[in-house]
Design a protein around this ligand. Structure first.
Ligand SMILES: [Zn+2]
Length: 210
């Protein structure tokens, strides 16, 4: 992702926020539908090795800091799930056996979570085409109201990590979806905790702890 120019990356902000792309000229304003799911990847630094055990970047810590700074704060704030993926070595592959769930099993769980969302939005008179990600801020506050323990965790994290208002609502949306995947009617502490963990990358975790 950081290989694109910052202007190109920041052009993603509007469609990521409201699912449309607006082109405004002197006399005209045209809005195109642009609701999409962004899946992006990036290396930790330009040489691609920062954080690997035993590796020191030739440019030192600036290697990772400068590279990661190419993704602006406002763009990063619109990315709900951030996962650090350690490098896979040849040794990891030798003798490895697939023990995880199959894609078919996961697809079934996703389909039933989407169905639960469709039913919920239809029952509320909202467009059944809506998913949690596209739900309004007011509505998600109601639909993802956490239990007391979840609320306490959310308060604590919001204070420590200074989430934006957008970040707060996006955590609720992700938590609601995790609860849907879990087949739970209510959002609990475990769902809030997982949603918060996805929002912070390893780099930010280190930063927050320091
Ligand atoms: Zn590097």
């Amino acid at each position: 992702m950081p290989e694109f120019s910052p202007q190109v990356l920041d052009a993603l902000r509007q469609p990521l926020e409201n699912g449309e792309c607006v082109i405004a000229r002197v006399n005209h304003r045209v809005s195109y539908p642009a609701a999409f799911q962004l899946v992006a990847a990036m290396n930790p630094c330009r040489c691609g090795m920062a954080g690997e055990p035993g590796h020191t970047c030739a440019r030192g810590p600036r290697c990772a800091a400068d590279y990661q700074a190419r993704i602006s704060g406002p763009l990063m704030d619109r990315i709900d799930i951030r996962i650090d993926v350690p490098a896979v070595s040849a040794m990891d592959l030798i003798g490895a056996s697939a023990t995880g769930e199959t894609s078919a099993t996961v697809a079934r769980r996703v389909a039933s979570a989407r169905e639960a969302q469709r039913d919920r939005f239809a029952a509320l008179g909202e467009s059944p085409a809506t998913v949690n990600a596209r739900c309004s801020a007011n509505l998600i506050e109601k639909l993802a109201e956490p239990d007391a323990a979840g609320l306490a965790l959310l308060r604590e994290a919001a204070e420590k990590m200074q989430f934006s208002a957008r970040g707060y609502h996006r955590i609720l949306k992700v938590a609601r979806t995790i609860a849907d995947l879990d087949g739970k009617a209510n959002v609990g502490r475990v769902h809030i905790g997982e949603a918060i963990a996805y929002r912070i990358s390893a780099a930010e975790r280190i930063h927050t702890a320091a």
